[in-house]
Design a protein around this ligand. Structure first.
Ligand SMILES: O=C(O)CCC(=O)C(=O)O
Length: 324
């Protein structure tokens, strides 16, 4: 079965949902729209006071490069867990010094831009193409790229895009979704690393995952809603009705998650006084093709796959192999 045969957002479904057209605004505007689809879960509005991350010396570039190149010793249990659950949370993937280097850069770039949109969610993508050597090292890291390939069980992984995801204090929920819904790549072998640049306690809104590689089927009957929160609520209700296990545990410093493109996930709002700073990078198996008909749910995908043609193998200069 090809991924496209089994996409929940079929062409017919896309037409019915009103998303059967390309996204014509910025990536920031896309996130504002996407967060507007989240239901209010009644979380109290007061912010919990938390300290900024402890001051740690950022690794110098050469040491950062070495750490991000050195393989992580993935265990069979971690690999099997990813295959079974559709996601894995791996501890001690990155050192405090590497994370401090990433965080400094994210803060510099966030301060230099226009700031978050109305939702309080700031997304900066393709940072590896900018002036930041640090973010380039993270995005093209063979340590992270090899983990992506090994978890997927493929020979090599290419980068789709990187993303800085900065959720400001008071920013609301990220709705339930799965990424295959908005990746215009015709492959089941797509995974995203989610790299917190500080520890993420429960009130800061850690990324939360619905366990089970086939759990997406539970939400198959829920209609996507491009204008309201009924999809978010419907998925939550379907999971509750089936007793789906949801992992919304905090992230320790250094912990990195990888979620498969079919793994449903969401995040609670950031109810702390500190921004939730994260880098996320999406990878796909070498050899994958662009779908025949990308829709607006894929956002401004052409900036990530410039020149890739519908139905053809993706091999653009912006999608290098990063697993070696
Ligand atoms: O950071 C978030 O709240 C959402 C991130 C996400 O959905 C993803 O990286 O796939």
């Amino acid at each position: 079965m090809s991924t496209q045969d089994s996409r929940i957002l079929t062409a017919e479904h896309a037409r019915e949902s009103g998303v059967d057209k390309p996204w014509e605004e910025s990536n920031g505007a896309w996130w504002d729209w996407y967060l507007s689809l989240a239901a209010d879960d009644g979380t109290p509005q007061e912010l919990v006071e938390v300290d900024p991350p402890a001051a740690v010396d950022p690794l110098p570039l050469a040491e950062l490069e070495e750490e991000l190149r050195t393989p992580y010793a993935l265990t069979d249990a971690q690999r099997d867990g990813f295959r079974r659950n559709g996601y894995a949370k791996l501890q001690r993937v990155l050192s405090p010094g590497a994370l401090a280097a990433g965080r400094l850069e994210v803060e510099r770039l966030a301060a230099a831009g226009d700031g978050p949109g109305a939702s309080g969610f700031l997304s900066l993508d393709m940072m590896w193409q900018g002036d930041s050597e640090v973010l380039r090292l993270f995005a093209l890291s063979p340590r992270l790229g090899r983990l992506a390939a090994d978890l997927l069980g493929v020979d090599d992984a290419r980068i789709y895009h990187d993303n800085v995801l900065s959720k400001q204090p008071g920013c609301g929920r990220t709705p339930w979704h799965f990424d295959a819904h908005h990746f215009p790549i015709a492959s089941k072998d797509i995974v995203t690393s989610w790299i917190p640049l500080q520890a993420i306690p429960a009130p800061m809104g850690p990324l939360a995952f619905a366990a089970g590689a086939e759990t997406w089927r539970v939400a198959e009957g829920v209609d996507f809603d491009s204008a309201g929160d009924s999809y978010d609520r419907g998925v939550a209700e379907a999971f509750a009705a089936e007793g789906v296990e949801v992992d919304d545990t905090p992230f320790e410093l250094g912990e990195v998650s990888f979620h498969h493109a079919w793994c449903f996930h969401f995040a609670r709002g950031n109810r702390t006084t500190q921004p939730r700073q994260v880098m996320a990078t999406t990878y796909f198996a070498d050899g994958a093709k662009l779908v025949d008909q990308p829709t607006m749910v894929s956002g401004d995908y052409e900036q990530f796959l410039p020149g890739a043609r519908p139905g053809e193998r993706i091999d653009t200069p912006l999608n290098p192999i990063v697993s070696r």
